[in-house]
Design a protein around this ligand. Structure first.
Ligand code: GAR
Length: 208
């Protein structure tokens, strides 16, 4: 069972899909904390409406980087968090948090990595880059977070075709549907202790 913190900056539809998977018995986890850098995010509103502890932590609340990461650390400790799921979190996780939670932080990315990742590759920018590249497939990647953007070990991927009449928005919509299914399923692999990491590769143990 995972004691999860979900970090999210915006709408929070991935947070909702994680919460749904938990209530329908498909994900052995509890959301112990929702953390957002955006005080008006849908994610924090969802937390409030559902009785989940939610905190706003940003450069506004804690301008000093050391203070920021020590507040993050103490909130995670206070809420007994043993795993962090980034779900549309548009900020870098401080290195000392990544080091404490080695191989225990995942991110969902709305394209196939390592082709379409890196700084500035988030949200609609990713879908624009996919279309501009002429790629005929795109998809979703769930990966482990390291101290560099979008390059940690890949846990799960699923692809879909890019259609001739796709726009960044239509791609975003179809990709999001996959995200909502793939992320809870990937987290369940961790909840069941089925993932080990070997360099850049993840090894998936068969179900018990
Ligand atoms: C999702 O599409 C997620 O993959 C993307 O932001 C969106 C958040 O939506 N994340 C990134 O681009 C990170 N590089 P949501 O707030 O509705 O979950």
């Amino acid at each position: 069972m995972l004691h999860l913190a979900v970090f999210a900056s915006g709408r929070g539809s991935n947070l909702e899909s994680i919460a749904r998977a938990i209530s329908s018995g498909n994900l052995d986890a509890e959301i112990a904390l929702v953390l957002s850098n955006n005080s008006t995010s849908g994610a924090l509103a969802f937390a409030r409406e559902n009785g989940i502890p939610g905190i706003h932590l940003s450069g506004k609340t804690n301008p000093d980087p050391l203070d920021f990461s020590s507040r993050m650390k103490s909130e995670l400790k206070y809420h007994d968090v043993d795993f962090i799921a980034l779900a549309g979190y548009m900020k870098k996780v401080p290195p000392d948090i990544v080091n404490i939670y080695t191989n225990r932080i995942t991110n969902i990315h709305p394209a196939l990595l390592p082709a379409f990742g890196g700084k500035g590759m988030y949200g609609i920018n990713v879908h624009k880059a996919v279309l501009e590249s002429g790629a005929r497939i795109t998809g979703v990647t769930v990966h482990i977070v390291t101290n560099d953007y979008d390059v940690g070990p890949i846990v799960a991927q699923e692809c879909i075709p890019v259609l001739d009449d796709d726009t960044p928005e239509s791609l975003a919509e179809r990709v999001l549907e996959i995200e909502h299914r793939l992320y809870p399923a990937a987290l369940q692999l961790f909840a069941r202790d089925r993932i080990t990491v070997n360099g850049l590769r993840t090894i998936h143990q068969p179900p018990a």
